[in-house]
Every structure is written in C-alpha cells, then in structure tokens.
Design a binder for this molecule. Structure first.
Ligand SMILES: CC(C)(COP(=O)(O)OP(=O)(O)OC[C@H]1O[C@@H](n2cnc3c(N)ncnc32)[C@H](O)[C@@H]1OP(=O)(O)O)[C@@H](O)C(=O)NCCC(=O)NCCS
Length: 285
C-alpha cells in the first residue's frame, strides 16, 4: 500500500529519497517500521538511495539530554522509530555529525555520508552529506514526508547554510569515542533558534504549495507527500531573495528573527552570489 502511494507520487526506481516520518500516523500497520523501510527500498530499487535524518539532540546546552554523547554506531536517532530501525540496519551508513547525522542505504551511501563527521562540524557544506542527497549525482532526488507535514523539512537548514544566512549558530556538542570517552566539540552552522516554517500555516509552506510541485497520496490514515529536492531548494532560495529572512518568524515580537533579518539586509550581494553558487553546484533547479 505504501509502495502504491509512493508510485502515485512519482517515486521511481533509481530515485534518491530523503524521508521524514511518523510511525504512529500509519495506525496499525502490518509489519511495523520494517515494512515501511522495505517499501521505500523497493520503491527506489537497487540503484536508488534512501536517506533519513538520524538526529541526536546531543548539544551540551540541552538540559533534557544532559550527558548524552554522539557515537555513530551507538546513539539512537531521536526523530522517529522508523529512522532508528533504519540507521541500525547493516547496510545503512550513518554520517558522523555530532547532532545532525544522516543515515543512507544505496550504492553511493558510503561516499555521500563521508566528510560529514565530528571533525567537519559544519551542518550542510557544499560537499557534505546534505549536499550529496540533494544533488544525487544529477539523478532524481525527492523529499518524502510520511504522516508528517513539512515543518520537519531538515533540508531547509542546509539551504540556510548554503545561502550564508548569518543567524546560523555556533554551539558545543558532546561526542564519544569507541571506548566511551566523551569530549566536547564545536559545531558551526547549527540550526538553533526559532523559525517560521516550524508552523504548518507559515508563509513558506503556502508559497511551496503554490508551486504545484508537491505530490500527495494516502497510505491508510497516513499522508504521503513528495517534493522534488532541487525544486524545494530553488523555491526556498527564491523566497529568501524576495523576502530576506523568509524562513524566520514573521513577527516583530521575535527578537531572534528581527536581528537575523536586519543582519541579512546588510549582505544582500553575498546572498545573491551564493544563490548563483547553489545553482552552479547542482543543488537547485
Ligand atoms: C516526532 C515524530 C517522530 C513523532 O512521531 P510518532 O509517530 O509519534 O513516533 P514514531 O515515529 O517514533 O513512532 C512511535 C510510535 O509508533 C507506534 N508503534 C510502534 N511500533 C508500531 C508498529 N509495529 N505498528 C504501528 N505503530 C507502532 C508506537 O505506539 C509509538 O507511539 P507511542 O510513542 O505513542 O507509543 C514525528 O512527529 C516527526 O516529527 N517526524 C519527523 C522527524 C524528522 O524527520 N525530523 C527531522 C528534522 S527536525
């Protein structure tokens, strides 16, 4: 049933899928998270790739995760049961980013996930793991949302970094070596602070819907939404050029957003140059 829904949304063999999910949204689903993963892998076939966020909330500053350290093989994903089962599979490769790791299955998984580790702590990077699945070596790349809205669209944070937006943060994260010894590392381009797009009714989502590029189907009670990754980047860049700070909150009461927007207005030439660079590097249409 999920396979049919994915096909109805245009997913085909050879595609790269970046998948955000809620297992509960499927209701009682025969086979549980394994069946969801199997359907995704079947949808793209052996030449395709499935990528999932495997974020860990391992910032030192988060009180609720005090003491938690990131180790690529041991630290659970905190973005859903499907992602946790996925990253634990023997054929999955997990990147080593201290807070925003990804997991990937597919022929290019090892190459795509490399260079996104504890020592290269930038979030996206021109050649980081996020850039790799968006570019997908020039093949089709799609963002998939299973039972969730696009408020969890992690790719938007990579676009923020590629555009050089000045409100990305520096923070400390905790990582752990194989012997279990923890240390703190600095992460740059951290997507901390509020965003407008964290709310489903935000203007970002209205503009994205108006592009007509979101394909939707249902799998039982779960919604299935699919959006071309490079179309998403292109539309997000367009929004930022038209309305500096487009991903921030559209509210004068939000100090973070007000300051961020003011800083962007002082660097419009750089943002425009980076928008060109994003296209040149094959990250947007
Ligand atoms: C936060 C989020 C993961 C929560 O979704 P969820 O469906 O409640 O949680 P999970 O996907 O972890 O699924 C666990 C639920 O599935 C249910 N479940 C477990 N096994 C199951 C099975 N075999 N069949 C059906 N349901 C099952 C469990 O009851 C559990 O619910 P409970 O915690 O109430 O007991 C989801 O809302 C979300 O935001 N997903 C996207 C996250 C993301 O990609 N973020 C990246 C950027 S921040």
């Amino acid at each position: 049933m999920l396979l049919q829904a994915l096909r109805a949304c245009g997913v085909a063999h050879g595609d790269t899928l970046m998948v955000h999910s809620s297992l509960k949204s499927f209701g009682t689903f025969d086979g549980g998270p394994k069946a969801v993963i199997d359907a995704l892998l079947e949808a793209v076939g052996p030449a395709g790739h499935v990528v999932m966020p495997a974020l860990t909330a391992t910032y030192v500053s988060l009180p609720k995760t005090d003491g938690l350290a990131f180790h690529p093989a041991r630290t659970p994903s905190r973005v859903g049961a499907i992602t946790e089962l996925f990253r634990k599979r023997k054929d999955a490769v997990r990147s080593g980013h201290p807070t925003h790791s990804l997991a990937c299955i597919g022929p290019r998984a090892a190459a795509w996930m490399a260079g996104h580790g504890v020592e290269t702590t930038t979030f996206g990077g021109w050649d980081g793991a996020y850039a790799h699945y968006v570019r997908a070596d020039g093949g089709p790349s799609k963002l998939v949302f299973l039972g969730v809205t696009m408020v969890c669209n992690t790719t938007l944070h990579a676009v923020e970094e590629w555009l050089g937006l000045p409100y990305m943060a520096e923070a400390m994260a905790r990582v752990e070596d194989d012997a279990g010894t923890a240390r703190e590392v600095r992460v740059t381009q951290a997507p901390l602070g509020p965003r407008g797009f964290y709310k489903p009714q935000d203007r970002h989502h209205l503009h994205m819907a108006r592009t007509g590029r979101i394909r939707q189907a249902a799998c039982g009670p779960a919604s299935v939404s699919v959006l071309d990754a490079r179309a998403c980047v292109a539309e997000t860049v367009r929004q930022e050029l038209a309305t500096p700070g487009a991903l921030l909150k559209d509210s004068p009461d939000c100090e973070f957003s007000t300051k961020g927007r003011a800083a962007i207005l002082t660097m419009q030439d750089e943002v425009r140059a980076r928008a060109d660079e994003i296209r040149r590097r094959g990250l947007s249409e």
